[in-house]
Design a protein around this ligand. Sequence first.
Ligand code: ADP
Ligand code: ASP
Ligand code: MG
Length: 407
Amino acid sequence: MALIVQKYGGSSVADAEKIASVARRVAESARGHRVVVVVSAMGKTTDGLLALAAAITPTPDPREMDVILSTGEQVTIGLLAMALQSLGHPACSFTGPQVGLVTDAAHTRARIKRITAERIHAALDAGRVVVVAGFQGTTEGGDITTLGRGGSDLTGVALAAALKADVCEIFTDVDGVYTADPNVVPDARKLPRISYDEMLEMAALGAKVLQARSVEFAKKHNVPVHVRSTFKPDAGTLVTREDHSMEDVVVTGVTHDRGQAKVSILRVPDRPGIASRVFGGLGAQNIVVDMIVQNISRDGLTDISFTLPRADRTRAESVLAALAREVGAEGVTADDRVAKISIVGVGMRSHAGVAARMFETLSGEGINIQMISTSEIAVSCVVEDKYAELAVRALHDVFALGAERGA
Ligand code: ADP
Ligand code: ASP
Ligand code: MG
């Protein structure tokens, strides 16, 4: 009998009716297999909990934030276990701490250290379906932690690795990983397979269908991940090791990330040690920056611009304002109206001119490129936010992603 981990996202368990239908699907799988189910909070519950905390204070204590955020998933596990029981299927629910999912103490973005999973084994041996709360764990000291937004994907993959499951199935509101967000590009095409590296880049660059850290974990532990629809029976996308045929395709997907902001520190003295002061200061506040551009120096002064998650913008601005005074810079500006557009594909390693084609396409649409960054298998451009969808569609067209793979 195969062991399967199934993860159902928030929209798949948004109300009682949907939970009952998930229970029927789980019960069907449990007829032939041992099944562990990981669930998210119902619908937009997590957003609601964040808003509640924000109504109390603009600077919530991360430890207390985790106490609040972890409640969402706990509701779903109880309801799903009950729904399974009412179908006559033995089932029991566990929270993250109950299954021994131990993390570090980085509240709201904790990293998994180990999973004991003893109680899961015992429940499976007793013939039960095990329902586990996604997104949460415990520190060594017994404090509740959460794994970052989208973290139930990581719980699913990490449990699949710990239990040596045959597959981790990610059930969601789309039926697989597409060449671009299907809600933005109508002719986006479902990919039957995608390599871990491409999926990791796409996730990190804005394709929220899988959490980036879950893909990193899957690659490291070689967990086959199958992204598929909660509402349809069809096969979805298999996230797997790279093979030679994948290199033939230059661009596999286009992504956009509208959750970023651009911050600049203006007319900074151009001398050794300034960049390390600026980014060291931000790092000390746990602010992770992404793309960095430094202008050519004129009169011994230069501008440094970078992108960061929009949620960290206000914090970054106050850290930088103080730094700007210390190092004698003229000031700090910030812009939320930016989006990062990226193309991703392992084939870029062996094909020249891909970036140039991207720039040409954007300029053909009259879209100004504010920043550029490249990796071995991706090129990203920061553009004005209002052009995000136009840019994605134009690039999707130019790289013929709506056509058959390999075209
Ligand atoms: P869940 O609640 O199940 O975790 P998410 O909302 O986190 O679901 O992820 C699914 C969403 O990801 C889809 O509704 C889709 O809009 C978005 N998405 C973005 N890029 C892609 C892509 N390349 N392929 C499929 N879905 C994508
Ligand atoms: N409920 C959490 C979130 O909305 C975790 C998840 O759904 O994966 O981010
Ligand atoms: Mg998700």
